[in-house]
Structure formats: C-alpha cells, structure tokens
Design a protein around this ligand. Structure first.
Ligand code: UDP
Length: 331
C-alpha cells in the first residue's frame, strides 16, 4: 500500500471508472480528475475524491500536493481511431500535449509513479501476430501516434527525473463491472461490442461489419477483446510493481493472446441474447488493420496478474447487463 492517494485522470470515463473501483476495492485512496467532457460524474464511485479539472491545468500540481498523490493513472484522452484520422490535431492536443502538461505537473509535485493508457494502435499493421512489445511501432493513424509520442516522453522523463512508469498497451477493451457498478456509457460509442449490445437492446436496428475482405479466417477484422475489469486489475498490479521496483519501468501488452473476428463477436452476442442481430456488410473503415492480437507473455511474467474473465460470452453478458441498466435509467 502507499502513503497517499492515487490520482486517476479520466476516472469518470469507461476504463478509468473501472480502475477507480479496482483501486478502492484493493484498499487504495483515490482522487479522480476529469473535465466531464465525455465522462459522467455519476460514474465516479463515492468513495473517491473528485476534482473537476482538465489534466493540462497548471493548478493540477497543487491538487497533487493537497491530496498527497503518490501515483498517477492517466486515462483521460480521446479514443476513436477514425475521428483521429479526420481531426489529428484534436488527438495531438488531447492525448499528446495534455499528457505533456500532466507529466510536468507530476514531476513538479514529486509524484514517483506514473501509469499510462497506451494502445495496440502503436504497432500499426503488425509484422506478425501475436505482436510483442519489442516489435516495431509504426502507427497507421494519429490516435496510435499520439499515444506513442507519450510513451517516448515518459521514457525520457524517467531517465531525467525520479519517476518510474508503466505503459499498458491495451488491445480491445470491452465488458462492464460484473457487479454492475459501471460500464461503457459513452454517447455515440463506436466500439464493436458496445454497438452490438446497443443493437440487442433496441437502440440500433443493425450492426455494420466494416470490411469482409481482410486476409483473416472469415474476411472480417480480428481483435483481442479483454474484459475491462481484468484490465483495471492489471493497473493495480502494475502500480504494486512500480512501488516495489522504483528503478524499473515497463511497457506491457494488455490482452489475452487470442483473437475473435467481427462475425464471431456478433455470433456470441446472438447466443447470449437468443436473438439474431442484423448485420450490414460494408467496406473497410479508415485506419483499421486486419488483425491485432497480443503476445501477452511479458505481462503474465512481469505482473502479479492473470486473466480472470477470458470468456467472450461473459464479456458480452456483462456489457449487455450494463446496457440494460443504462436503458432503465433512460440514458
Ligand atoms: N467494427 C465493425 N463494426 C462496428 C464497429 C467496429 O465491424 O460498428 C470492427 C472494426 O472494423 C474492427 C473491430 O470491429 O475490425 C473492432 O473495432 P473497434 O472500433 O471496436 O475497436 P478498434 O480495434 O478500432 O480499436
């Protein structure tokens, strides 16, 4: 345990709110920073302190001092690949430039540990699948590049200042808290499992399948879907490691090491709901690689963590339960 709080930026958002739950459940004290542009204050567990502020605000270093922050988990940012292609400067502002300010605040406040939400999009089109951390990083969209630039800043800052870091390169995050306390609530979401459960609850009448001519087993894109609660717990394990070994920093893939195609995901949703979602076969989406699957050997070896929820139907069930909660609340 640490003597002070963990600052969670983006704690009112999807993955951040689950990290807040995992930290609180493990006994950590938490302060959430969120500007509520895409997040929701009701998504923040009441056990956490909350400061409504942008991560690039220079006053953040005072908040860090007041709350005796010993570690930052940084989730705030923009996450939609096609949007990053259309509006790259938004991504370099919200992801790269904002994070530069946040790291500066952390260094000024003497925060010793930093955990960053990175992405498999840093690899671009991988040379081989599963892809490992040491493989080339050549992003094919501004989203991936905005995150890779942040990884580079952290590497340089950790060499110059007393701070260590972990970058978790997320594969496709899905599902919701199994206890029903949080879930993916983003309005106008674009991620496949969220879209599919919206269709299953009547919010949409069909799901578009983007690309049927990829060199994959059924022609549709293959991704490594990881349950958001497993991912949140990996952050807690990463924090423990950074505290135990202050001289080390780590870049780790966060995935299960197996992939499902778009059609396989939709079939799983059909099985869970006992319905048949309408598929609309469409062309490829800008910036999409054919297949992204994690080599997760490093995270399994490095962290005191193992997947507990590696089950596509279970992920879909949790996502669906949350979608029904949102529908009941009229959201
Ligand atoms: N996808 C799809 N229809 C959708 C949303 C996504 O066919 O409505 C596909 C997408 O092309 C990719 C996979 O599902 O092959 C996962 O996409 P998502 O947007 O969920 O995550 P990404 O891999 O882009 O981060």
């Amino acid at each position: 345990m640490i003597d002070g709080k963990v600052m969670v930026t983006g704690g009112a958002g999807y993955i951040g709110s689950h990290a807040v739950l995992a930290l609180l459940d493990a006994g950590y004290e938490v302060v959430v920073i969120d500007n509520l542009v895409t997040g929701f204050s009701w998504a923040i567990d009441r056990r956490a302190a909350f400061v409504e502020m942008a991560v690039e605000d220079v006053n953040l270093r005072n908040v860090m001092a007041e709350h005796r922050v010993r570690a930052v988990m940084h989730f705030a940012g923009s996450v939609v690949v096609p949007e990053s292609v259309a509006d790259p400067l938004k991504y370099y502002r919200n992801n790269t430039a904002a994070t530069r300010s946040l790291i500066e605040s952390a260094v000024a406040a003497g925060v010793p540990h930093f955990i960053f939400s990175s992405t498999a999009a840093t690899y671009g089109t991988p040379e081989r699948v599963p892809v490992a951390e040491s493989d080339p990083t050549r992003p094919i969209n501004p989203y991936g590049m905005s995150k890779l630039m942040t990884e580079a800043m952290l590497r340089d800052v950790a060499a110059a200042h007393p701070i260590n870091y972990a970058c978790l390169r997320y594969f496709n995050v899905a599902g919701a808290d199994p206890q029903g306390r949080s879930g993916q609530s983003t309005v106008g979401a674009t991620h496949l499992i969220k879209i599919a459960v919206e269709a299953a609850t009547g919010k949409r009448d069909s799901v578009a399948v983007f690309g049927t001519d990829f060199p994959t087993r059924d022609g549709t894109g293959v991704r490594d879907y990881i349950h958001v609660t497993d991912l949140a717990e990996a952050h807690v394990a990463a924090l423990k490691l950074l505290v135990e070994r202050p001289d080390e920093s780590h870049i780790l893939n966060a995935g299960y090491g197996r992939g499902f195609s778009v059609l396989e995901v939709l079939d799983a949703v059909d099985r869970v709901t006992n319905m048949t979602i309408r598929r609309k076969l469409e062309g490829r989406r800008a910036g999409d690689p054919a297949e992204l699957v994690a080599d997760n050997g490093a995270i399994l070896k490095t962290l005191d963590w193992a997947p507990q929820r590696d089950d596509l139907e279970g992920i879909v069930r949790d996502a669906l339960a949350w979608e029904r909660t949102l529908a009941e609340r009229g959201r």
